[in-house]
Write a protein that binds this ligand. Structure first.
Ligand SMILES: NC(=O)c1ccc[n+]([C@@H]2O[C@H](COP(=O)([O-])OP(=O)(O)OC[C@H]3O[C@@H](n4cnc5c(N)ncnc54)[C@H](OP(=O)(O)O)[C@@H]3O)[C@@H](O)[C@H]2O)c1
Length: 408
């Protein structure tokens, strides 16, 4: 194999999956915001014709491209040896992602993605965590809407708590105040794939249901960490709350961060998430109506129904329109406790969470991974443990994310 030291790598960053719906947005963002910098970046994909079309539609003529295929390890090794960092938007990741992570670790190339597939992250941890540490490589999963606002939100809240009170919080409850956005074909395909895999495989089901599925500390199981599966009255925000669809990945990522930092927030640190559905008793019933589509998709077994869902919803490569990407937003509130409520943290984002905002979060994570001075940590990491404070400041400065801390 060729020399794999960082110095003789041609690129700082390759965007893998540049022809996909999210990949294009990431390329557009980087080109617009970093074209007058020294960043050496390139496009990566499997289809040369599609890449050429992308180059001409976004006028990316100055940007080089590389061709590889996620099922061909040699092609991935050739690509990863050329770059210090890979940013991947090729999913479902459990179908298309494993060989790329393996190639990155072999070629000492840092990696980030936007997977929300907990079972696949578990597989990557089991297969590669030790090897990534040995090769001093950072593999940073979940650098999109799941799970940056949650993981960096907790990181920010805990650092502010320590700064202001001298102690870390023992419990944080995140509540989704409001959210507006759309969904892409690639996300639907990945979501249906998780349901199918968990139906077929008992151990995947077990990982998905385990609140500590991404960190080996099952003994720390606390009742408050069970995923919410109904509408309940939340005495903290004094409103009815229900399940937040991303909680099953976000909470695992936050708990893994705590584990990777040797339980800096304490071995009994509690983190949970919920979606506010309203104040009155009527909102409780309305809340159950909002859960129906998620419940129904989870029950899809019939092939005909599955094809119908695929027919009606966006296909791979498709997603929300430009206007809906711009008009989207999210507002999260973190209730921060140390015995009693001590602070409230707000994390707000501008742009459709899954795409308008995610493409900015992912692009900034990738650039952060490629060129910033980072925490001295390697292995299968989370945004806060792999990218930490440098990412927080990039998100505030460039990605329209707002973080605010108020002591109560
Ligand atoms: N965490 C978050 O917040 C978040 C937000 C958005 C999306 N996502 C995830 O991101 C992923 C992508 O979503 P998307 O809507 O952008 O998907 P998409 O539009 O379908 O794009 C998928 C990309 O993968 C490429 N690809 C597929 N098979 C490949 C192969 N064998 N070798 C190389 N490349 C291959 C496609 O290439 P071609 O163009 O050549 O077909 C395309 O570039 C999904 O897993 C989704 O769940 C996560």
């Amino acid at each position: 194999m060729s020399d794999v030291t960082q110095k003789n790598k041609k690129f700082d960053l390759i965007i893998w999956g540049s022809t996909g719906y999210t990949g294009k947005l990431v390329c557009e963002y980087i080109f617009k915001n970093y074209k007058d910098t020294n960043l050496k970046w390139a496009l990566g994909g499997r289809n040369e014709l599609k890449i050429k079309r992308l180059i001409s539609s976004l006028e990316l003529n100055s940007i080089p491209y590389l061709i590889a295929d996620c099922n061909n390890k040699n092609s991935l090794l050739e690509m990863t040896k050329m770059t210090r960092t890979i940013c991947s938007t090729v999913g479902p990741y459990d179908k298309y992602g494993t060989l790329l992570v393996e190639a990155c670790i072999e070629n000492k190339t840092n990696y980030c993605d936007i997977t929300g597939e907990t079972h696949w992250i578990r597989e990557i941890i089991d297969k590669y965590h030790a090897k990534a540490i040995k090769n001093n490589v950072k593999i940073v999963h979940a650098c999109g809407f799941d799970s940056i606002p949650s993981d960096i939100g907790v990181f920010y809240a805990q650092n502010k708590m320590k700064e202001n009170t001298g102690k870390y919080a023992s419990k944080i409850s995140m509540r989704v105040i409001s959210i507006k956005g759309g969904v892409s074909g690639g996300t639907i395909y990945s979501f249906l794939n998780i349901i199918e895999q968990s139906r077929k495989n008992k151990s995947i089901r077990k990982t998905l249901n385990n609140p500590h599925g991404l960190s080996p500390n099952e003994d720390l199981f606390e009742t408050e960490e069970k995923d919410l599966n109904r509408i309940v009255f939340d005495s903290t925000c004094k409103k009815w709350i229900g399940p937040f669809v991303m909680a099953s990945i976000n909470t695992r990522i936050v708990r893994r961060s705590n584990y990777l930092m040797d339980f800096k927030y304490g071995r009994v640190f509690i983190y949970n998430e919920g979606l506010i559905v309203g104040k009155s008793i009527f909102s409780k019933f309305f809340g159950y109506f909002r859960l129906i589509p998620v419940y129904l998709i989870g029950k899809i077994k019939n092939i005909l129904f599955k094809s119908l869902v695929k027919f009606v919803l966006p296909k791979p490569g498709q997603g929300p329109t430009g206007n809906s990407r711009k008009s989207g937003y999210f507002k999260f509130r973190f209730y921060v406790f140390d015995n009693k409520l001590k602070a409230i943290v707000s994390v707000n984002g501008v742009g459709c969470p899954g795409y308008g905002s995610t493409s900015k979060m992912l692009a900034e994570s990738a650039i952060c991974l490629a060129i910033d001075k980072l925490p001295n940590k390697s292995g299968i990491l989370t945004p806060s443990t792999g990218l930490g404070a440098p990412l927080l400041s990039r998100l505030r400065r460039n990605a329209d994310l707002n973080f605010e801390f108020k002591q109560v």
